[in-house]
Ligand binder design. Structure first.
Ligand code: FAD
Length: 387
C-alpha cells in the first residue's frame, strides 16, 4: 500500500498552493467586505482574469480531455487541487471546464454548447431538483411533451446553482411519465432565449441558486443530450462527480480553519496562560485533526477508485458524508476556540460556518448518503471490510 503522492501530483499541488498564496489569499479582505455587503466575492471579470492568468502557466480544464485543450487530470489530482482551493474562501475555480455529461453532445451540440462552455463564452447550469423532488429525485414532474419535431417543456426546477447567470440549462425532464424518471426521463439543452425564466433564492451562505420556470418552452429535438430516455443515467453521472470533489474542498477548508485555531490557541491568553494550555481546547484541536485526516483518506480513496475504473459510488458516498459532517464539526470547534472573535464578521469563520452547512445538503444530503451506504451493505452490493 502506497500513501505517497507521485512527483507529478506533488508538483501540481504545489503550483496550485503557490497560486492560492500569491493570487487569491491577498484578495480575502475584499471578499469578506463584499460578503458583508451581500455581493459576490469575485466579479465575473475578475474571475475571468484570474482564470486567464492560471491558463498562462497551463492550468486550464482540469478534467477536460487533452483534445479540447484540457489537462485531463486523474481524479486524485483533481481532488488534491480542490483541497488546495478550499484553503481560501476566494470563490475561484479554474477555467476551461464543462459539465461532465456535456461530452455526450453530438457534433452540432459540441460546437454550440460544449466548446463555448469550455472556453467560458457560455455558462451552463444543471437542473434536476424540483419543488416536489429533491432527495426523491425520481419524483420529478417537469414534463417534455412531443409537438411535431419539437418538445414542449413545462414545469419548475429549483435550487439550481448558476441558474441566475446561465445562458443554457441541462434540464432533466420526464418524456415518458409511465416509465417514470429512471427509464422515462431525458436531458435537454435549453437556451434561456428559448423562454425559461429564473428567479434567485437567497440563502444563508454565499450560494445563490435559482428557481427556473418553464411554460411551454419549445425545444427542438436536436437539443436532446444523449438519447431519449437516458436522462436519469446522465443525471446520476453528473451528481457522482461532486461526491468526491465537495468533500475534497471540505478538507481544504478544515485545514485552513484548524491552522487558525492552532495559532489562536497559542496566542490568546486567559487567566495568565495561552488557552492552548487547557485540555478542553487541546481536545477540540485533536479531534478536529483526527476527523480531518480520516475524511482526507476517504476522499483520496474514492478518487483513487474512480481512477482505477472501479465502481466508486459507495466510496464516494462515504467521502461525501465524512467530509460534509467533518467540516461542519471542525468549523464549529474553530469558532468556539476563537470565542467572541469567532462570531464576528472580522474573521472568515462565521462565513465558513454558513457556507459549509450546505455541504450536508446539496448533491445528496447526509441522510441520502447513509441510505446509500446501508442499502449497499444490506443488499449485498458491498461487503464490510476491504475487498
Ligand atoms: C445552494 C444549493 C444549490 C443546489 N444546486 C443544485 C443544482 O445545481 N442542481 C440541482 O438539480 N439541484 C441543486 N440543489 C438541490 C439539492 O440537491 C437538494 O436541495 C437536495 O438534494 C435535498 O433535496 P430537498 O432540498 O428537496 O430536501 P428533501 O428531499 O425535502 O429532504 C428534507 C429532509 O428530509 C431528509 N430525507 C428525505 N428523504 C429521507 C429518507 N428517505 N430518509 C431519511 N431522511 C430523508 C433529507 O435528508 C433532508 O434532511 C441545490 C441545493 C442548494 C441548497
Amino acid at each position: 500500500m502506497e500513501f505517497g503522492l507521485t512527483d507529478e501530483q506533488r508538483a501540481i499541488r504545489d503550483t496550485v498552493r503557490d497560486f492560492v498564496r500569491k493570487e487569491l489569499t491577498p484578495r480575502e479582505p475584499a471578499v469578506l467586505a463584499r460578503d458583508r455587503r451581500g455581493e459576490p466575492g469575485l466579479t465575473r471579470d475578475e474571475l475571468t482574469a484570474l482564470q486567464a492568468k492560471a491558463r498562462g502557466f497551463g492550468f486550464w480544464g482540469l478534467s477536460t480531455p487533452e483534445e479540447y485543450g484540457g489537462m485531463d487530470l486523474d481524479a486524485v489530482t483533481q481532488a488534491l487541487i480542490h483541497t488546495e482551493l478550499g484553503r481560501t474562501y476566494v470563490p475561484f475555480t479554474f477555467g476551461g471546464e464543462a459539465d461532465n455529461i456535456l461530452y455526450e453532445a453530438n457534433d452540432a451540440q459540441r460546437a454550440e454548447y460544449l466548446l463555448p462552455t469550455i472556453e467560458g463564452d457560455r455558462i451552463s447550469c444543471f437542473a434536476i431538483t424540483e419543488p416536489g423532488a429533491g432527495s426523491d429525485a425520481a419524483n420529478i414532474r417537469l414534463a417534455a411533451r412531443r409537438d411535431g419535431d419539437d418538445w414542449l417543456l413545462s414545469g419548475e426546477k429549483t435550487f439550481i446553482t448558476g441558474g441566475n447567470d446561465a445562458d443554457f440549462a441541462i434540464v432533466i425532464a420526464l418524456t415518458d411519465p409511465a416509465a417514470g424518471a429512471r427509464g422515462g426521463s431525458t436531458a435537454f439543452l435549453v437556451d434561456r432565449s428559448m423562454g425559461w425564466r429564473s428567479s434567485p433564492i437567497v440563502t444563508m451562505g454565499p450560494a445563490e441558486p435559482a428557481s427556473l420556470f418553464f411554460d411551454q418552452v419549445r425545444v427542438p429535438s436536436s437539443h436532446v443530450l444523449g438519447e431519449v430516455g437516458q436522462g436519469w443515467q446522465l443525471a446520476m453521472r453528473w451528481i457522482g462527480r461532486g461526491r468526491y470533489l465537495i468533500p475534497a474542498r471540505a478538507v481544504g477548508i478544515a485545514e485552513r480553519a484548524l491552522s487558525m485555531a492552532v495559532e489562536y490557541a497559542n496566542t490568546r491568553e486567559t487567566f495568565g496562560a495561552p488557552i492552548a494550555a487547557n485540555q478542553a481546547i487541546q481536545w477540540m484541536i485533536a479531534d478536529s485533526e483526527l476527523e480531518l485526516e480520516a475524511a482526507r483518506l476517504l476522499v483520496l480513496r474514492a478518487a483513487w477508485l474512480v481512477d482505477s475504473g472501479a465502481d466508486a459510488r459507495h466510496a464516494a458516498s462515504m467521502a461525501k458524508l465524512s467530509g460534509a459532517t467533518m467540516v461542519n464539526r471542525v468549523i464549529d470547534r474553530v469558532l468556539q476556540v476563537h470565542g467572541g472573535m469567532g462570531y464576528t464578521r472580522e474573521l472568515p469563520i462565521e462565513r465558513w460556518y454558513r457556507e459549509v452547512r450546505l455541504f450536508r445538503i446539496f448533491e445528496g444530503t447526509d441522510e441520502m448518503q447513509r441510505l446509500i451506504l446501508a442499502r449497499d451493505l444490506l443488499r449485498g452490493y458491498t461487503k464490510v471490510g476491504l475487498g
